[in-house]
Design a binder for this molecule. Structure first.
Ligand SMILES: *Cc1c(COP(=O)(O)O)cnc(C)c1O
Length: 362
C-alpha cells in the first residue's frame, strides 16, 4: 500500500493517463522546442475545444507563476487587484504578483466562506478615485476557493457585472478548477468566459500532472506580448512538450473531470465520517476536495504520531484535510478510524473541561 495523507492535493503523484502521455511524447525523437512542437499545439487545440472558444493558451511551471504573470498582464504597476484576504495570491505567493507586475498592489478584503461578493468589490473599487491610491484594475477570485467552497454561476455573473461596470478585468485562480466544475456539474465555459471571466489559470498539478499550469486568455487582447512576459519571468520551458503533453492525458476522456469528481467524493466521504464525531466541528461547507475541521490539538498530535500529515493554518485547531485524484476510500476510512480512536482517549478530559467552562459561565 502506498502512503497517502491529507496535507495537500499536490502531495499526490502523476495520474496514469498523464504519465502515459508524457511517455508518448518522449518516444518520438527530436521535436521543436519552446512550444513549437505538435504536442503543445494539440493541447492548446484541446483546451480551445474544451472551452468552446478561441482562447489564447500558455503554459508555465507552477500556479504562483501563472497567477503572477496573468495579473501582471492585466495591470500597470500603479494598478491594484481586488482579492480575498485568504487568497493564495495574498497569503502564499511571497509577493510574486506584486513583483512580476512591478508594483501592482493587492487589495485583500474579507468575504464570507472564502468568497468575494459584488458588494465588497463595488465598495473597494469605488472608495478612492484619486491618484494617491493605486487604481483598481482587476478582480482575482479562486475557484474552488482556498476554504473549499465553490462560487455558483450566479455568484460569478453578479461579480462580473460589477467588475465590467467598474472597468475591472477578472482573473480566476483555478488551481482547483476541475473540482469546482465537478461540484457544479456545469460546462467549464459557464463558470469562465460565459460568466465574464477574462483569464483563467487552469491548474493541472493538483489534478494529476507532474508540473505545469495553463494560462488561458478568453479576453485575447490581454495576451498581447504575453509570450515575452512569460520568457522574461523564466517560465518558458525549452522542452515544452513535457509540460504540455501530460495535459493530453487529462483532456482525453475528460480525465481531469473524473479526477476532480473523485477527489471531491473522497472529501465528502471524509466529512461524513468525521463530521459527526464528538469534539470535531466542520468549519466550512464541503463543496470540493477540502475538509476543514476543528480537531482538539491532543487528537491532532496522536494522528501525527500515526504518520498522518495535514496543515493547521486556518485558525487555532483548524485542520485542512485535502483529498487528491488518487485518495483511496480506504485511506479516508483509516484516517476517520484513527481520529475516532484519538478522540476516544480524550473524552473524559474534554467533558471535565466542558463542565468547568459551563460552571464558569453560570
Ligand atoms: C496550490 C495553489 C496554487 C499554486 O501554487 P504553486 O505552489 O505555486 O503551484 C495557486 N492557487 C491556489 C488556490 C492553490 O491552492
Amino acid at each position: 500500500m502506498m502512503t497517502q495523507h491529507f496535507a495537500s492535493d499536490n502531495n499526490a503523484g502523476i495520474c496514469p493517463e498523464a504519465m502515459a502521455a508524457l511517455k508518448r511524447a518522449n518516444a518520438t525523437g527530436h521535436e521543436l522546442s519552446y512550444g513549437e512542437d505538435r504536442w503543445t499545439a494539440a493541447v492548446c487545440d484541446g483546451l480551445r475545444a474544451l472551452f468552446q472558444t478561441d482562447c489564447e493558451v500558455y503554459f508555465v511551471f507552477n500556479g504562483t507563476a501563472a497567477n503572477s504573470v496573468a495579473l501582471s498582464a492585466m495591470c500597470q504597476p500603479f494598478h491594484a487587484v481586488i482579492c480575498h484576504e485568504l487568497s493564495h495570491i495574498e497569503t502564499d505567493e511571497c509577493g510574486a504578483p506584486e513583483f512580476f507586475s512591478a508594483g501592482s498592489k493587492l487589495l485583500a478584503v474579507e468575504g464570507p466562506l472564502g468568497k468575494l461578493t459584488p458588494d465588497i468589490i463595488e465598495y473597494t473599487a469605488t472608495k478612492r478615485s484619486d491618484m494617491h491610491f493605486p487604481k483598481p484594475k482587476a478582480v482575482s477570485l479562486t475557484q474552488s476557493t482556498e476554504v473549499g467552497t465553490v462560487y455558483t454561476v450566479e455568484e460569478l455573473r453578479a461579480i462580473a457585472a460589477i467588475a465590467k461596470r467598474r472597468g475591472l478585468n477578472i482573473h480566476m485562480d483555478g488551481a482547483r478548477f476541475a473540482n469546482a466544475v465537478a461540484t457544479l456539474g456545469c460546462h467549464p465555459s459557464e463558470i469562465t468566459w460565459r460568466a465574464g471571466i477574462d483569464v483563467l489559470c487552469f491548474g493541472g498539478t493538483k489534478n494529476g500532472l507532474p508540473v505545469g499550469e495553463a494560462v488561458i486568455f478568453f479576453k485575447k487582447e490581454l495576451a498581447e506580448d504575453f509570450a515575452w512576459r512569460v520568457k522574461q519571468a523564466g517560465q518558458l520551458a525549452s522542452k515544452m512538450r513535457f509540460v504540455s503533453a501530460p495535459w493530453l492525458g487529462l483532456l482525453e476522456n475528460d480525465v481531469w473531470l473524473r479526477n476532480g469528481r473523485h477527489a471531491n467524493a473522497m472529501a465528502k466521504r471524509l466529512a461524513d465520517h468525521i463530521g459527526g464525531l464528538e469534539g470535531v466541528n466542520l468549519m466550512f461547507p464541503v463543496e470540493s476536495n477540502a475538509v476543514f475541521a476543528e480537531i482538539p490539538p491532543p487528537a491532532q498530535a496522536k494522528l501525527r504520531e500515526k504518520g498522518w500529515r495535514f496543515y493547521t493554518f486556518i485558525g487555532a485547531g483548524g485542520c485542512r484535510l485535502m483529498c487528491a485524484w488518487d485518495t483511496s476510500p480506504d485511506t479516508v476510512d483509516r484516517f476517520a478510524a484513527d481520529l475516532a480512536k484519538a478522540l476516544h482517549g480524550l473524552a473524559p478530559a474534554r467533558e471535565a473541561a466542558g463542565e468547568a467552562r459551563g460552571r464558569g459561565r453560570r
